[in-house]
Design a protein around this ligand. Sequence first.
Ligand code: HEM
Length: 469
Amino acid sequence: MTESPEALRDQALLNVGATSKFAPLPLGEAADMGQAADGTPLFDPQIFDSSEFARNPYPYYRLLRDHHPVYHDKLHNAYYVTRFADITECYFDDAGFNTIPKGSSSGVLGNTQLELSGVEHRRRRNLYGQHLVGKSLTHRVPSIKRLAREMIDNWSIESAPGSDGRTTIELGAAFANEFPIRVVCEVLGFPPEARGDFYYWYNSMMSGLGGSATHKQGVEARQHLEDYVGQLVAERRVTPTWLHDDDGNPISKDIITKLCETKVDGDYLSTEEITSNIALVVGGGGETTRGAIMHLWYLLLTHPEQFAALKNDDSLWDQAFHETLRHSTPIGGQPRHNTHDLSLHGVDIPAGSLINMVDFSANHDERIFSEPEAFNIFRDDLYSGKILRSGYAKEGRCSHMAFGVGPHLCPGAWISQQEAVEGSKALLAAMPDVALDLDKMQRDSISGEPRDIGISSIRELWLTFADGS
Ligand code: HEM
């Protein structure tokens, strides 16, 4: 949540053309950065600031995993941990590794559990986390399906059917940018007329996390959200509100109502506490799921045999979702700060250092996943069952790291899976013969093929389909 997708994207945009030291290479090949006297390949941290790294990160992470599994980047004053097993161990060591340092998000999101550890963290997380999983989630699936259908019925067409009878859409603008926000908005219990404000809160708080220039805007939006939630809370404390099925039958109370009814140590949650929980869910649930949907469709459309298999077997969507998150996760990793001095793989890390846990790299660790650069929804080493907190093997397979693991494992993982899968089923039903609009897609500077996903999420995905198909 901290290396926010917005920040990553901004970083990637800044990087484009930032340094010409590293010329673009064929995807999968790393620049030669020299060798130590014993032959160990060296690593130049300037690569992190290059456009080459943004488009072609994986060979560089492989170099780190193989030769510098803990890398001290003196240029950016940070450490990088890149192997799956090491990252998992650190994520589980809640006492040894703090999440975001206090101050970086709290001004914008409020006092959230992101900055807490141990019992305090668990208690906070369970307050709303329980409403996003299990039976509560099952109750929410009908709204997810309905929202997807509503969006598709009214989506904006980029160009109406041409002489070939095909319609063009940009998937982000037509569906993926907004769909996850609509779901979160409804599941939380915001009335539909609050949607416009919801985008304002979401976008401003997200960019507020990204840097000092936008911080003020983020804090203002957070205050505006708190004022709005304050009114809703006052109403819901008296009159609970419900989500309904398609026939208008109540299926479950919305999350704001449930939070209003929640007591901790005999006291109801304060409005500030409820707002912080909501701000965190608002922040966590938009860009991430947007990226997942865009990547899922891009990867399926560039792997037509796998897409064909999926069209014949609906049950493959869950596997496709998890393989997408392993192959091209929308969140690159999480920062942690070590609470005590430590030594890992022979590198001494003083207490309080910034350590980047690179989930991107863990997901491509060949110690865990064979041929990690290949997108393969049928791979037999990825676990795609019920999401695991352990990140470790079950039935001889490992789960990917895109949702993190351990105590901070994404509580929105289950609902985002439902959004991506149910949303994609509805998309496929609306455009069964969909194809990439290759003329409109950005091209890779070396291969000339549609550009790889690289380090930042795809912004635009152009699709064509036969009208009324
Ligand atoms: C594909 C979509 C998603 C991805 C890849 C993703 C990824 C992540 C990751 C990696 C973390 C762990 C942060 C850490 O270890 O410090 C996280 C935490 C979190 N996510 Fe997600 N997320 C997604 C969707 C969602 C959704 C839909 C929601 C809300 C409905 C959500 C809410 C949260 C919250 C509240 C946390 C903080 C959990 C804690 O600190 O205990 N996420 N997410």
